[in-house]
Design a protein around this ligand. Structure first.
Ligand code: SIB
Ligand code: ZN
Length: 433
């Protein structure tokens, strides 16, 4: 057994309290062996966490990681116009190689900001999986299917691919990759296709991840056509089992909140994207009060525009208060829980809690900086004041992915250079198309 001790830190425990403790990790199994006092002596290797906060690695519950290449190409528009006029035309030019390069950039950014797991919706998923394998993070992947604007053959092919990719890649990268079936949303995949494919996904034992109730424009067509709210429609189509999770859930009414609580399906809250696209304010406090599992996600870098879960945490607390018109809503400890356990639970992962037997997925945040001084309350600092650049070490599955801000599994400079060149060439192709 090879062991790693993370020593001298302040540890964020599963009950969202913080105390001084070392963390001892079995690097062979990738699990936490023990959390307690003075564990350094037992370890083969140590990682210094003095004057630092040791937290579970952050779990980004909803992303389109390769969209880092589209960061800043189209800002300041609402969802429909942004997707149809700007994003989809550029995405039409994306090659498999582009997606690999964009994924490298996104995962580099995630490791640098303490994220050890992400749940992704995109295409060319083999490329994404290859980067996950190389970079050492954990991921819940899938191929996103859209049927609007496609003929019946094209629609079937996309949905078949979503099933096949999820079945093939499940368990890849030594088990660090799991998968979901992914109809893009309730308005971009036709009801007859949901009826055909949701049972197939169930048969294959796949959780389902989709966008839902993101904007008003996604609610009214369903209410007009079917006479029920989108999440009632989702249940009619076999969606919203307990292992399923929706991205956004901004415009959900009380009936839908109740439905989420009853079914056990989870919501990934994406506050930055919701603010930037002016989609609306999700009722996060109400969802939590009803007992719904709520995680946090960044969405793609084109609607955020970064992948830092620490930014997302602060945004979630801020907009949660505005939405509830109550400063006590979505407090710091709720946010700390959402960015770790909430997302991990929604994604079906065992990570998100630092305790013996749990996956050794951790982030170490350097507290020796003016904006994290004084240290009255480290949960408050995690939710409100810490930033991506404060993350000092990132560990996933017992392996050190970043030590003292140096990423060990990816060549940061080469990744950035490739991303710059690839994005330039992509945009010039899109502009001349
Ligand atoms: N197979 C599909 C690709 C879908 S990938 C997932 C899609 O979600 C899009 N996307 C990114 N952010 C959002 C969002 O907030 N809401 C809805 N879609 C989004 C993203 O641009 C990408 O096109 C096709 O044939 O076009
Ligand atoms: Zn999305």
């Amino acid at each position: 057994m090879t062991t790693l001790a993370i020593t001298g830190g302040q540890v964020l425990h599963p009950d969202i309290t913080v105390s001084r403790a070392d963390v001892l990790i079995d690097q062979d199994s990738g699990e936490i062996l023990e959390i307690g006092a003075d564990l350094a002596g037992d370890a083969d290797e140590t990682l210094d966490a003095s004057d630092s906060l040791v937290t579970p690695g952050f779990a980004n519950g909803h992303s389109h990681v390769a969209m880092t290449l589209l960061r800043g190409v189209a800002d300041d528009k609402p969802l429909d116009a942004w997707l149809q006029e700007d994003i989809w035309p550029v995405e039409a030019e994306l090659t498999a190689e582009d997606i690999r390069v964009g994924t490298e950039l996104g995962i580099l950014e995630m490791i640098k900001s303490g994220t050890t797991a992400f749940s992704d919706m995109y295409f060319e998923v083999d490329e994404i999986a290859a980067v996950v394998e190389e970079a050492g993070v954990r991921a819940v992947l899938g191929h996103t299917a859209i049927t609007v604007g496609k003929d019946d053959d094209g629609a079937h092919a996309d949905l078949e691919q979503s099933l096949e990719v999820a079945i093939d890649l499940d368990g890849a990268a030594d088990g660090r990759i799991s998968t979901t079936f992914q109809p893009h949303s309730l308005t971009t995949v036709g009801g007859e296709y949901l009826e055909e494919y949701v049972p197939k996904a169930r048969e294959a034992g796949l959780p389902i991840h989709f966008h839902a109730n993101e904007t008003e424009h996604e609610v009214s067509p369903i209410v007009d056509e079917h006479g029920v709210r989108p999440l009632e429609y989702a249940v009619e189509k076999g969606l919203l089992e307990s292992e399923d999770f929706i991205a956004h859930g901004v415009h959900v009414d009380e009936t839908e909140i109740e439905l989420l609580a009853e079914t056990g399906a989870s919501v990934i809250h994406c506050p930055a994207s919701n603010m930037k696209l002016a989609s609306g304010m999700a009722p996060v406090q109400q969802l939590r009060d009803a007992g719904v599992t709520v995680g946090l996600g960044t969405d793609g870098a084109a609607s955020n525009n970064d992948l830092s879960m620490l930014d997302e945490a602060r945004d979630a607390a801020m907009i949660g208060k505005l939405a509830a018109d109550d400063a006590s809503a979505v407090p710091a400890d709720a946010v700390a829980e959402m960015m770790t356990q909430g997302s991990a639970d929604a994604m079906g992962l065992e990570s998100g809690r630092l305790e013996a037997g749990a996956p050794a997925d951790l982030a170490v945040i350097d507290l020796e900086t003016p904006h994290l001084t004084p240290r009255h309350d480290l949960v408050s600092h995690l939710a409100y004041a810490a930033a991506a650049a404060d993350v000092k070490h990132t560990i996933c599955d017992g392996q050190v992915l970043m030590r003292d801000r140096e990423v060990l599994t990816l060549d940061a400079q080469a990744v950035r250079e490739r991303a710059q060149e690839t994005a330039e060439s992509l945009l010039s192709r899109a502009n001349s198309a």
